[in-house]
Write a protein that binds this ligand. Structure first.
Ligand SMILES: *[C@@H]1O[C@H](CO)[C@@H](O)[C@H](O)[C@H]1NC(C)=O
Ligand SMILES: *[C@@H]1O[C@H](CO)[C@@H](O)[C@H](O)[C@H]1NC(C)=O
Ligand SMILES: *[C@@H]1O[C@H](CO)[C@@H](O)[C@H](O)[C@H]1NC(C)=O
Ligand SMILES: *[C@@H]1O[C@H](CO)[C@@H](O)[C@H](O)[C@H]1NC(C)=O
Ligand SMILES: *[C@@H]1O[C@H](CO)[C@@H](O)[C@H](O)[C@H]1NC(C)=O
Length: 441
């Protein structure tokens, strides 16, 4: 899932005080996307702690998620650790990027097992870290024999969550089959809680009705409804913030799993105020840094795992829900002033790369175009992205990636993105001796 280019959200000139209700709205903002994602998975596999495997790369017909990529296959599961621990089975994956990311109920990517982390295949026990007693995240066993055969533990900050496994697809023949085999070897199964609280529920069972019944169509109200249902059982990422959060929710009108509007509150105004706060936070230097030439990216504390940075958690829930931590993925975006990258009917973009982007082992990159609905754009070439796997060429026609992603082949290369019904322009681009690699949208 990619971060959309940051479009500045501009509201009326009125400056709203950040009220307690606005802070609650900011806090609960990631819960509607959580509910939407969980409902989509549960509708397919009908229970929590079970993978739904995506077997084909996304096309323009794929409209289940916005901004799908064409680089990886996903396996997704809704996690519920309220009554059980869950054993995660990880297969042996060779020669490709892969990651098993763990998300809490608020979209924090609090742990990753995968190629970047050099994780071993085998069994890991995923458990709710009640009261923050252990360190949240991955805790490896030095000797699996002494850990009931486990490679380690994954301590979750909340009992509810998501896993969205990604396997990078290579361009070799039969690669999808190989990924299907990996998907089939991966697994989740529930086991008795290992911490002695067997049979003692730490939260209610996560149900479809909790996620989907009688939700308001008003986005501000929907946030508060889901916050009232989910937040009391799903503590903040940083447990030291628990008392403050509980107080804030209570003051806002969240009691006994229900939100009751309080006298003098204006929910709409609070919701708008929270979006203004997030919009402002997203331009602050501790959250966003410039890469030069109009390109920028979120800082590591503002992407994927947010601690108490609730404004950026809200921002990414809006623009790129389930973004990975910066150790796994980078999402550079482009914006000059108010204008992001938006292609008009008679416009084209030429992207010039001064050299091959540096990548980790098994790393990859891609440039993907989306329509205004955030879906892939149908075209007769069925080409949705250009990437290191697209037979890109230098101006002299030689391959940029000649089987060696990390080799010395150097110099700049260019990508052209433009509508399919316009003949590519070759003038006005003096450095180009040949047409650059093209993507027609
Ligand atoms: C994976 O499992 C599915 C469903 O059980 C099956 O249809 C498919 O043949 C399996 N694929 C591989 C490569 O194991
Ligand atoms: C979720 O709720 C909506 C509105 O009540 C309903 O139309 C839809 O069928 C529900 N989805 C599921 C999967 O239950
Ligand atoms: C609540 O705030 C909205 C947005 O500022 C405003 O349009 C509306 O009039 C307010 N409602 C009340 C009852 O004050
Ligand atoms: C949690 O809160 C404490 C105290 O405010 C702070 O020192 C720590 O850095 C926070 N951790 C995270 C992950 O935000
Ligand atoms: C790249 O070129 C090879 C060899 O001509 C071809 O087999 C492959 O399909 C091409 N890949 C793409 C994405 O066009």
């Amino acid at each position: 899932m990619k971060l959309q280019l940051p479009v500045k959200i501009v509201f009326g000139a009125a400056a709203f005080a950040v009220t307690t209700l606005a802070a609650a709205s900011e806090y609960g903002y990631p819960l509607p996307p959580f509910a939407r994602a969980a409902v989509a998975v549960l509708s397919e596999v009908s229970c929590t702690n079970r993978f739904q495997h995506m077997r084909q790369l996304a096309t323009s017909a794929s409209q289940a998620v916005v901004r799908p990529n064409v680089d990886t296959l996903y396996s997704t599961a809704v996690i519920d650790l309220s009554h059980h621990d869950v054993v995660v089975d990880i297969p042996v994956v060779k020669g490709r990027y892969w990651v098993f990311p763990f998300y809490d109920a608020y979209g924090n990517n609090y742990a990753n097992l995968g190629s970047i982390e050099n994780s071993k295949a085998g069994k890991y026990s995923l458990r709710f870290n009640v009261g923050g007693k252990q360190n949240t995240g991955v805790q490896l066993c030095s000797d699996p024999e002494k850990c009931d055969g486990l490679q380690g533990y994954v301590n979750a900050p909340t009992p509810y969550g998501l896993m969205v496994i990604r396997y990078a697809v290579t361009d070799t023949v039969g690669d999808l089959q190989q990924i299907h085999a990996l998907q089939n070897q991966s697994g989740l199964h529930t086991v008795e809680k290992g911490d002695g609280t067997t049979c003692k529920a730490t939260a209610p069972t996560l149900t479809m009705s909790m996620l989907n019944s009688s939700l308001s169509a008003d986005p501000a109200m929907k946030i508060m409804q889901l916050t009232a249902r989910i937040a009391p059982h799903n503590p903040p990422r940083n447990i030291t913030d628990l008392a403050r959060v509980n107080h804030m929710l209570k003051e806002s009108g969240v009691r006994d799993g229900v939100y009751k509007p309080q006298k003098g509150q204006n929910l709409t105004a609070s919701y708008i105020a929270s979006e203004m706060t997030m919009s402002k936070a997203a331009s602050e230097p501790q959250n966003l840094h410039s890469l030069g030439n109009g390109w920028q990216e979120l800082t590591p504390t503002a992407q994927g795992d947010y601690g108490e940075n609730y404004a950026m958690r809200e921002y990414v829930a809006y623009f790129g829900y389930l973004a990975l931590r910066a150790t796994e993925a980078l999402y550079p975006s482009y914006s000059t002033g108010q204008k992001g990258l938006h292609l008009g009917p008679r416009e084209s973009y030429i992207f010039t790369f001064p050299s091959k982007p540096p990548m980790a082992q098994y790393g990859f990159w891609s440039l993907t175009a989306y329509n205004t609905e955030e879906y892939l754009i149908p075209n007769t070439l069925n080409r949705y992205a250009l990437s290191d796997r697209s037979n890109l060429t230098y101006a002299d026609g030689s391959l940029v990636y000649d089987g060696n992603a990390h080799g010395d082949g150097d110099g700049n290369f260019q990508l052209l993105v433009q509508p399919a019904d316009v003949t590519p322009q070759r003038t006005g681009c003096p450095s180009m001796r040949q047409s650059p690699s093209s993507m027609f949208s």
